[in-house]
Design a protein around this ligand. Sequence first.
Ligand code: COA
Length: 707
Amino acid sequence: MHAGSPDISLLFEPKSVAVVGASPNRGKIGYKIIENILEDGYKGRLYPVNPKGGEVLGHEIYTSLSAIPDDIDMAVLTIPEKQVFPAVQECAARGVKYLPIITSGFSEVGNIEGERQIVTYAREHGMRVLGPNIFGLYSSRVSLNATFGPRGIKHGKVAILTQSGALGIAMVGKTAVENIGLSAILSMGNKSDIDEADVLEYLVRQDETRIILMYVEGVQKGEKFVQALKAATKVKPVVVIKSGRSKRGAVAAASHTGSLAGADEVFDAIMRQCGVMRAESLKDAFNWCKFLAESPLPEGDNGVIVTNGGGIGVMATDACEKHNVPLYDDAKTLKEIFSPVTPAFGSTKNPVDITGQATGEDYTTALSAGLTRTDLHTVMALYCETALFTPESLTAMIRENSRRYREAGKPILFSIIGGKAIEDSISVLRKEGIPVFDDVYDAVSCMGTLYRYRRHVREPLEADAVADIDLKRVEQAIASARADNRTFLLPLEAHQVARAVGIPMPKSGVARSLDEAVRMAEGIGYPVVMKIVSKDIIHKSDAGGVALDLDDKSEVIDAYQAILHNARRYNAKARIDGVEVSEMIKRSTETIVAARRDAAFGPVVMFGLGGIYVEVMKDVAFRAFPLTLHEARTMVKETRSYPLLLGVRGEKRKDIDGVVDAIVKMGTLISLCPDITDIELNPVVVYEHGQGVKALDVRILLGTSKR
Ligand code: COA
C-alpha cells in the first residue's frame, strides 16, 4: 500500500539534505558527495551522518538521523548494501521524503528481493526512492550537486536523465567542455521506484529547463512513459539516446507480427509518435540540446542558405533534404533580397552563393537582409576559408550576427570550414554558446531538429481514437479456446472475434448438408469458395478439401460431394464438422494489420503491405495504442510501399480510411482484452476508395495464463 507520494518538487528543491555514510576519508564516495554539495554552493541545510561522528570539511557529522535537529527532505544513502534497509527505516521515522540510494548490489546483480523490500517499505512510509545504484543527482534550482561526479556544474537549460552511471558522469564532463549549462541531472539507476515519467512531470513545469535529454537502456512501465512523453513534448523538446538495437526479442517472438516487432523498431516508432527526437550519437544529442536550448522556433518554412562556396552549398542542400529542412524557393524574392550582395557570377537562388570573394561586410549585408525580411524564417550561413577574412574578423562577424538574430528571435547557425585558425574560431564561439559547426551535416541536423520540433508542437491536439466492439462475443470465443486448453483461436472462433470487432470479413457459413450448402451459396452470391471443416485435417488443399471459384448451383453440388469424398479418402477417421461456404474474394492490394502486447510498451499496433513487402523488405510501421486517427494515418504513410495504396500505373487510390479503421479496431481489441497477446489480420484486401477492406484470415494468440 502506498502512503501517498511526496511533492516531486522536493526531489529537486530540498530544503535540507542528509548524507548517510558521510565520511571524512577523502577516498570515500561519502566524502566526495559532501565536498560536491559544499563546493557547488547548495542553498539548503546539509547534515552529514555517520555513527562515528566527528567532522567533514568543517561540518559536524551527526551520529544518527535522529540526532539531527531539523526536518529532513532528502537523505542520500551511501552506505553498504546490508546497511541500507535499516537506514531506510530510520529515514521513515524521521519523515524523510526522498531517498537517492547510491549503493549498488541490488536488482542489477539479482538482489531483487532486497530492492523490493526497500521500495515497499519506503512507499508505505510516504517516501520515494531514486535508484538504487546511482551516482546521485544535481539540481540547479537549489545548486545541489549530490553526486560523486564532477564539480562546478554550470547552471543552464538542459536537464539530463540517465540510466547509465558511467556514461552519465562522462556526459556531465562533456557538457562542461561544450559549455552547456544544466538545470538538472538525475542518475536513474535501477529505477526501482522513481522513473523517467515521474521526473518528466516536474521538469515540464520547471522554467529553467528548456530541453530534456535522456539516456535510456530499457523501458519497464512503457504505457506510463508514453503518456508522460506525449505531455512533455508539447511543452518542451525531449531528446533520447537509446542503446541496444538488438534483434534478440524478435527471435523469441511467437507470432508473425512479433517477429517483425524488434524491440528497437517498436521503441523507435513510439518515440516518434510521442514527438521525442532520437539521437544516434552523443555528438548529435549534445548539438541538438545546445541549439534547441537557445534558439527560438522558426516563424515559418522559408529557410535560406548563404554560402561563399558552391560545394558546401550543395552539401547543405542535400543535408536539408535528409533532415527535412524546408528551403525557400521563390527565385524572384530571393533575387530582390540578395542581388545587392551577390556578384553577377554568384547565385541568388537558394543556396545563395555570395562567392569566394565575399568579405565580412558582404556576409553581414547578406545576413542583415535575411534578418529584416519577415518572409525569411531561418538562415544557415556557410563559410569556406578564404584569404579575404582574418580569423578575428570572421569570429567578430559571426558573434555580431548571431547576437542580432537572437535579439530578433530568428534562428541562425553557422558552419565554417578551414584550417587551424577556423578551428580556433569555432572553439571560441562555441564556448560563448554560438551555434557554429565544422561540419555542414551537423549544422543542418540541428536545424532539422528545430523544424521537427516546430512541426510537432503545431500539430493540432486530437483525442485518441477508440472503436466500439462487442466484447461479450469476443469473450465467448476466448472462453471456448480456454475450455479446450488452447492458447490460440480456431479459425471459426477467430472469425467470430473479428466480426465482433467490426472487421469486414468474407460472407461465410458452415454447411452440414448438401441442401444447406446450396442455400448458403445462393444467399452469399456466386462465385463462392468451399472448404472442409475438420480439426483432424490441417492441410485442407493436400486433402483435396478446397474448391475455388464455384459459379453456380451445379458446381456447388459437385464440389460438396467431391470435398467430402476426398476428405474421407485422405483420413477415414477424421471428424468432419461440415463444409465452409464463403464468398470468393476479388483480389486487390493486400496488407497486414496487426496488434500485439509488447513487453515494455503494452498494446502496439502494426501495419504493412502484404507479400514480399512484409516478408522480404520488412516494410512495416508500429505505434503504441492508444493513438489518434492522425497518428494511424501517419503510420500507414510511413511505410515505403505506401504509394501502392495511393494507386500506381493508372490504378485508383485505395481505401486508406478502411485500413486506418482496422488499425484502430485491432488496437482497441488488444487493449480491452488482456487475454489476447497477438492478433493478425493477414491479408487485409484493400479496395478502391469508398469500397472498404476485407480481412481474409485472422490469427489470434492468447497468453499462457488466464488474466
Ligand atoms: N549510517 C551512517 N553511516 C554509515 C552506516 C550507517 N548505517 N553504515 C556505515 N556507515 C559509514 C561507514 O562507517 C563509512 O564511513 P567511514 O569512512 O568514516 O568509515 C561510510 O559510511 C561508508 O561505508 P563503507 O563501509 O566504508 O562503504 P564504502 O564507502 O566503501 O562503500 C558504497 C559504500 C555505497 C559506496 C558501496 O557500497 C557501493 O555501493 N559502491 C558502488 C556505488 C556505485 O557505483 N553506484 C552506482 C554509480 S552509477
